[in-house]
Design a binder for this molecule. Structure first.
Ligand code: FEO
Length: 392
């Protein structure tokens, strides 16, 4: 579908209504979109392409617009959901040059065999005149790969941000209409993809603050006509603020851990703490990642399996470590039959996180009276820690 959303600036990307998994890892409950944009001036610039599975739609959109020549193909990011159709565009439009960072050139050569002579390397602050309109390129590495850049169309004050500020959301709305829905989708996207790069993103937000932006056009999800809406959400997510919340991830095999989990949830609730439990046998990992964006405390509950945690718990802990949430405190409880090193293994696996571990509670077999008292102490300790950092 082609939309002209500013004079001579078109949206030419595609919706992927049915896709339910990205990178064979990330759930997409609401599909996604691969946004590409076209600027028609004396020179014609295509801003990113689309996932290869949507090749024909992009090429059809360019035909619908009657595009006979493309001068520049801006490649903000080398990941294939945006770059995958570059070889086709280069074949169809022999005069087109790919424009991107030096690292992007190297990556597109490795990933898609884009010839070096078809590439124009740009650095931070470089500009490209299209005639009446000027693109300025800003280096924003690690959003979420090392080569990423964004571009600013000076005359129209439009920021083309690629993955930055994106949301996995297939929608018929070109612009954000349902703000709460987009806020949720963007938070999920941030949690799954951007959270490990929180420090880099914080610096990029400071850099972008110097630009007057009237519209943000990302490469996934709807366009932001009110840029402050998404910028303010990002500022909060990358800040040091944590919420008075406990995320509790668990698996139980024979009711011992589940009995502890149920008791512990009540203990937290009695203390006025918000708890978000995730039974990992049925959890959407995107929902878990979202809860980790700003919770103050993570508690892990597991039975002991072959000396360690249940494998589903290990997977969630491994993923949490990779996502690097700003969680401050961590607790572990669970059950065992004859021994094991579950707590040590969990602590080791969370090595990226700057967390303070609270006293673990390990129960032999089914929980007894003294075990529930230990959970009361753990809940007390969490409340005390939250008070100490001023969030309750
Ligand atoms: Fe949407 Fe990192 O690709």
């Amino acid at each position: 579908m082609v939309y002209e959303f500013r004079p001579n600036i078109f949206s030419v990307g595609t919706q992927d209504w049915d896709r339910r998994l990205f990178d064979e890892l990330i759930p997409l409950p609401e599909g996604t979109s691969y946004n590409a944009y076209l600027i028609r001036d004396k020179k014609i610039a295509l801003i990113d392409t689309v996932d290869p599975r949507k090749r024909e739609e992009l090429i059809g959109n360019l035909k619908e617009l009657g595009i006979k020549k493309i001068d520049y193909l801006i490649a903000h990011h080398a990941e294939q959901d945006h770059s995958g159709v570059i070889p086709d565009i280069l074949a169809l439009y022999p005069e087109a040059k790919v424009v991107g960072s030096e690292k992007c050139q190297e990556m597109l050569s490795d990933l898609l065999s884009v010839p070096k002579e078809r590439f124009l390397v740009v650095k931070d602050g470089d500009t490209l005149s299209l005639g009446e309109k000027t693109l300025e390129f800003l280096s924003t590495p690690w959003v979420h790969w090392p080569e990423t850049i964004v571009s600013y169309l000076r005359e129209d004050k439009v920021l083309f941000s690629c993955d930055f500020f994106g949301s996995h959301l297939a929608t018929s709305d070109l612009y954000v209409k349902d703000e709460p829905r987009v806020a949720q989708a963007a938070k999920r996207y941030y949690a799954e993809i951007m959270m490990p790069f929180r420090s880099a993103i914080k610096k990029h937000l400071e850099k972008l603050a110097k630009y007057e932006v009237s519209l943000i056009a990302p490469s996934h999800g709807p366009v932001y006509p009110k840029p402050d809406f998404i910028i303010n959400l990002y500022k909060d997510w990358v800040s040091e603020r944590v919420a008075n919340e406990v995320v509790l991830i668990y698996v139980s095999m024979h009711y011992s851990t589940k009995t502890l989990v149920d008791y512990f949830i009540s203990a937290l609730m009695r203390r006025g703490l918000t708890v978000k439990p995730f039974n990992l046998t049925v959890t959407d990992i995107g929902e878990l990642a979202m809860a980790l964006v700003d919770c103050a405390t993570l508690v892990i509950a597991s039975p002991t399996v072959l000396a360690g945690s249940h494998p589903l718990v290990f997977y969630a802990v491994y993923l949490t470590n990779a996502l690097k949430p700003k969680v401050r405190f961590a607790g572990v409880f669970g059950s065992y039959g004859w021994g094991g090193k579950m707590v040590e293994m969990i602590k080791e696996t969370l090595g990226n996180l700057k967390v303070e571990f609270l006293e673990p509670v390990l129960v032999k077999g089914y929980p007894k009276e003294g075990d529930f008292s230990s959970l009361e102490k753990l809940a007390d300790e969490i409340l005390r820690k939250h008070k100490e950092i001023g969030i309750c």
